[in-house]
Write a protein that binds this ligand. Sequence first.
Ligand SMILES: [Zn+2]
Ligand SMILES: [Zn+2]
Length: 218
Amino acid sequence: MKQLMLLLINMLLLCSCSNDKSTKSSTNQTVAKVEIEEGIEPDSMCNTPQCVIYLQPYADFSTHEVELLLPDLQRQFDGLLYGYWEFKVLPVIPLPEDAYIKNLNRYRATVILNHEKKQLKGNEMVIGLTHKDICMDIHGKKNYGIIGCSFKSSRVCVVSNKRLKNKDDYWKPILHEFIHAFYKAGHCPEDNDSCIMQDGKGKGDFTNKNILCSSCKH
Ligand SMILES: [Zn+2]
Ligand SMILES: [Zn+2]
């Protein structure tokens, strides 16, 4: 019996899904122990999040710009989120005409997302990238200009850098919308000024948001 216990502990330690985040690691191991007692093979314990993320550039957002953005995105996703993230770049397409509001020169984000939804085939994700102004009905205002929008019901989002104060921060609202869409997560419950998941409240300033706080870490 003692030998069997030692063997099970070794199996736990060998499981490749262990991660370096102590809180998650201990949670995983607690779950894993219960599963072993129920006779489930150790391989089925590995539940590493992973996703193929399609980057969809729109209109005047060039493929070259996506290629410049890509290393930054990959590094930040790999550094801040536990999991395997594979980015793929889609060919540039126009923004959907039915999203356009001529008198405001803005595109309705929810219409863009409905188009993106049609592109999804499996468990992948689509992130739209645009320089154009996007909007939605929010904060009690119609067609309010925003930086990013995502559907929690499906893995789609769109992020514009038009209203972003510092253009080098573009990866931050992308990560923010990804977390909404992929994990179905809300805004930072700690309302932490440094947390990328803090509610932007219409401001385009991500300059001092550089971390995911302990409540928003995945
Ligand atoms: Zn947070
Ligand atoms: Zn948000």
